[in-house]
Design a protein around this ligand. Structure first.
Ligand code: SAM
Length: 247
């Protein structure tokens, strides 16, 4: 997977991509991340990349010429990559969208700044607008880090062989069950005995119920689209009636 990030602040990425799994993925050649400084494509004397908004109002807008020049140079090298604009007004990022994006050859991600980018960039080049949540960041760089991180987890070989992005929260439509590791007791809190039993069927059943329970309390709307067995539907009814908490 090839990621091309268009930014006015390339230095913001040096930390996030130089540690842990993304660093390893880059070193193994599974993921390629290229940073492109939009200012390098501002050809006027002062290399200006922003200007006042037409119609007035607060803040500045990212100019169309440097950004399109930058995009065109990247797109020429990566004709099959999808162009993504990070914006609070975009499609909300979800695990299913992340999985869709992981199937692409490459992603060209535009990191906005100030009040955003001149809308003609969107009209001319953008394939998909993405929001990472209903809040406003100072710039698209943290959103780009989130995208690179989440999408990379679906690239074969990026996670360890025993791990699977499908087993995580949302992988099967539900939140993940609680996880524990040693010691078996900490400050009076013990690990649920079933996890120490070695009975894999019982462990699987317990985990599924815990997933249902967590999802029911934290994100009940996710259950609406989940295929449930009769036994599971009964379990949800029990939760709804105030039971099943210790199950
Ligand atoms: N004026 C814009 C608005 O109200 O929609 C907000 C601009 S924001 C201060 C600057 C840049 O940060 C945006 O152009 C976008 O690239 C990025 N950004 C801010 N919030 C975001 C979010 N929730 N998801 C993705 N990108 C975001």
């Amino acid at each position: 997977m090839k990621f091309d990030l268009l930014t006015l602040f390339p230095g913001m990425f040096s930390g996030p991509f130089s540690e842990s799994m993304i660093k390893n993925a880059v070193e193994k050649g599974l993921v390629e991340i290229s940073l492109h400084n939009i200012r390098d494509f501002a050809f006027d004397k002062h290399r200006v990349t922003d200007d006042y908004p037409y119609g007035g109002g607060a803040g500045m807008v990212m100019k169309v010429e440097p950004l399109t020049a930058c995009l065109e140079s990247v797109k020429a090298a990566r004709p099959s990559s999808k162009v993504i604009l990070t914006t609070p007004g975009g499609r909300p990022l979800s695990q299913s969208l992340v999985e869709e994006l992981a199937a692409e050859d490459g992603l060209i991600i535009i990191c906005g700044r100030y009040e955003g980018v001149d809308d003609r960039v969107r009209e001319l080049y953008v394939d998909l607008e993405i929001s990472i949540g209903d809040f406003v960041l100072t710039g698209g760089e943290p959103a780009a880090v989130v995208l690179v991180d989440a999408v990379s987890r679906f690239i074969p070989g990026v996670l360890g062989s025993s791990e699977s992005a499908q087993d995580d929260s949302f992988g099967n439509g539900l939140l993940e069950y609680p996880q524990y590791t040693r010691p078996p007791e900490f400050r009076g809190l013990t690990v649920p005995p079933v996890l120490l039993s070695g009975n894999h069927l019982e462990i699987k059943r317990w985990r599924r119920r815990q997933s249902l329970r967590r999802t029911f309390f934290a994100r009940p709307e996710l259950l609406e689209t989940e295929a449930l067995t009769e036994e599971e539907k009964q379990f949800i009814r029990t939760l709804r009636n105030g039971g099943g908490i210790q199950d």
